[in-house]
Design a protein. Structure first.
Length: 262
């Protein structure tokens, strides 16, 4: 009888332990499921951000007509994206980076103030340099603010030579006409371009224009110098290169012994 009683006690203990384990396991699983649901909810929670309603170029003034509000999953929103609640504070400012339709507006794309001064478009530590271009250098008027270009210089150093001057330079403006809302003229007719460069590079371009001629080369928007051989980025071109002639070899004259006297 005592044995049966002990067995019963052990059996009841086992049942109680099993029930407790099942309870705590179920509670743990429920907590984990709830945490995962919360994580996914925050990850894909829709967030309202400001995007470009139309294609915007460098120098364009932001307004209610060229901006729109779009919802995007929180996980895909850039940390610097302008939220819908901030839309009123960006209206009237200029942008320093081009935007395509539907692209989100980032805070670092904005000029420092709403002032109409063109200096607000220039990045800190940079300088704006304007120089004249002809029809050829302007690519028949196809250059636009926001385009990136390379600059080539042709010099006369005893012989004419052409070489790269600067790479990956941003065009800030084409021409100098500003319309009544502050945007650059887009009629395709201009005789100057304005670029942003460092003070040293501004001096280089100024000197190059005084001692030679500068040509503008438009870069691809998807271009990367990593895909170009290093010698192509620094190679000097002369007439001999155009004609495909190799460097002239120095002729060696045979040694002649000169005997003086008998």
């Amino acid at each position: 009888m005592a044995v049966n009683k002990a067995t019963a006690i052990l059996l009841l203990g086992a049942i109680a332990s099993g029930g407790g384990a099942a309870y705590f396991t179920d509670d743990y699983i429920s907590k984990k499921v709830k945490d995962e649901e919360t994580r996914l909810s925050n990850k894909y929670k829709p967030v309202k951000i400001v995007v470009a309603k139309e294609k915007l170029n460098i120098g364009d003034v932001l307004s209610y007509s060229n901006l729109a509000i779009r919802e995007m999953p929180n996980n895909y929103v850039h940390s610097a994206a302008v939220r819908a609640a901030q839309s009123n504070s960006v209206v009237g400012k200029r942008i320093m980076q081009p935007l395509n339709v539907g692209e989100s507006l980032l805070t670092n794309f904005l000029a420092s103030s709403k002032s109409s001064g063109f200096s607000n478009l220039i990045e800190k530590g940079k300088r704006a340099l304007t120089f004249p271009v002809d029809v050829v250098s302007s690519l028949s008027g196809l250059l636009r603010p926001g385009d990136r270009i390379d600059l080539m210089v042709t010099l006369n150093q005893g012989k004419r030579v052409t070489l790269p001057l600067l790479k990956d330079v941003t065009i800030l403006a084409t021409g100098g006409i500003v319309d009544d809302v502050g945007r650059m003229s887009d009629d395709g007719a201009y005789q100057t371009i304005t670029i942003t460069v460092s003070p040293l590079n501004a001096a280089k371009i100024t000197h190059a224009r005084n001692v030679g001629s500068v040509t503008v080369v438009l870069r691809s928007g998807k271009d990367s110098d990593k895909n170009i051989a290093g010698n192509e980025l620094t190679h000097r071109i002369t007439v001999r290169d155009l004609l495909g002639k190799s460097k002239r070899k120095t002729k060696r004259h045979p040694k002649v012994d000169v005997i003086i006297g008998g």
